[in-house]
Write a protein that binds this ligand. Sequence first.
Ligand SMILES: [Zn+2]
Length: 555
Amino acid sequence: MKYFRVQNLLLLSIIHFLLLVGATRGQAQQPVFTKQDTLRGSITKERAWWDLTYYHLNIRVNPADSTIKGVNKIQYKVLQPNQVMQVDLQPPMNIEKVVQNGKDLKYRRDGNAYFIQLAENQRPGSTHTVDVLYGGKPRVSKNPPWSGGFTWKKDASGKPFIANSNQGDGASLWWPCKDHMYDEPDSMQISVTVPEDLMDVSNGRLRSVNQNKDRTKTYNWFVANPINNYGVNISIADYAHFSEKFKGEKGVLDCDYYVLKENLEKAKQQFKDAPRMLKAFEHWFGPYPFYEDGYKLIEVPYTGMEHQSAVTYGNGYKNGYRERDGSGSGWGFKFDFIIIHESGHEWFANNITYKDIADMWIHESFTNYSENLFVEYYYGKEAGSAYVIGTRRGIRNTEPIISKYYHVNYKGSGDMYPKGGNMLHTLRQVVNNDEKWRSILRGLNKDFYHQTVTTQQIENYLSQHIGRDLARVFDQYLRDTRIPKLEYQLANNNLKYRWNNSVAGFNLPVKVYLDGKEKWLEPTTAWQELKGLKKDTKLLVDPNFYVESVSIANP
Ligand SMILES: [Zn+2]
């Protein structure tokens, strides 16, 4: 049900065409987009007319020959009259048959997109189901989870250990779906048939397990909430299981853990970070957004991923991120990065979800920022600040966080992690009221509960609730690569100051210390003056602001 209407697709197409021309004529490093990128990344007219209401993905995973075969039942509501439906599935996977009300439907393939010709009249307001039968040998991931595909590994006793990862590349890598983030089904069933000595763990709750005659079992999982397509997950192994109940803000939350048998004892120790995470993040962000579906941590043969209500874990049962502390502050060794970071995405990615991957900062900046709030919750405010300031060493400032390319499934730079986190830390300083800041973070999760959003919605929300127009501040940190510089001169008992190296109209307030005494400045890009200071006053900018400062001899 999470969708928005495109008022004028034609206009979008024209804008996109102009961007494309710009992209192909520009410098060599600029991306070149194809028709396939547009089919994948835009709300085409063959997508816009129907609202996804329910999926039942029912598949058989065969480790012996690395194949998947099955059917996705797509239920939808007609919004506008149309007879052609776009469903996506990437080669080498193949749609074999499409059926509606017992009748085979014709379809045309254009690369990763299938255009299905519906026979029956699609009356606005009516609900229909279409069965998409498919199969094949899915692409193997070269570097999971960063490159999409399947991972076929073995556990210590030689049993299959299988996982999928597909953020960015798309869920249509392994199952046929409406592969665009703007629309989510209201609920979903995931049925996975595997050899009887293995188990599948997917999203939501395990409703039933069927023993089949051919020495296989079918695991039926049900997700009671809207779910984004890259969050849909299968994890297959001969799992050990343990569980606990977390008493949270919305009642009792079922926490279930699935790990390889050889790691059970280690997991029981390491996964103590899961309830610690829940306690801290409910404090900062509000109730865990999927109580109905429970919370799960599932061991997989790659580092980790934020699958909704089914966070996958492969950090080796050690603190840090693959035993490193990205902040260099030491605080990163106090927790298991994957448990904290990937679970933080339950609030920022799965609860509040981008409509277009160009706005991926909404997922990664807030989740990167969540790490220091976790540190602060347990180790104090100074520790949290030291952590987030420490992550600045990972900022590159070569490409902006938000690229200018929308509707082509193209994301901005990796600075969306540490730089985005430091932008949010800077905004917290501007708010200068920790309870207010916390209420804004909780408000975001309440007011955009289970929604897909644009960056404008989030930027406007922050401006409105912080109580000042932050448009230029967002332009600076999200759409520019320069670090704003506070230029100042202390002479003749006066302070002159302004912002430079910034976007036009940049107006971030900043806290400075004049001989150790706190003072708020409201610099703009024009020179301002503060008079009547003591002789030889020294100025220090509060290091919590992600800015630079320089003393100028002749302003
Ligand atoms: Zn992340």
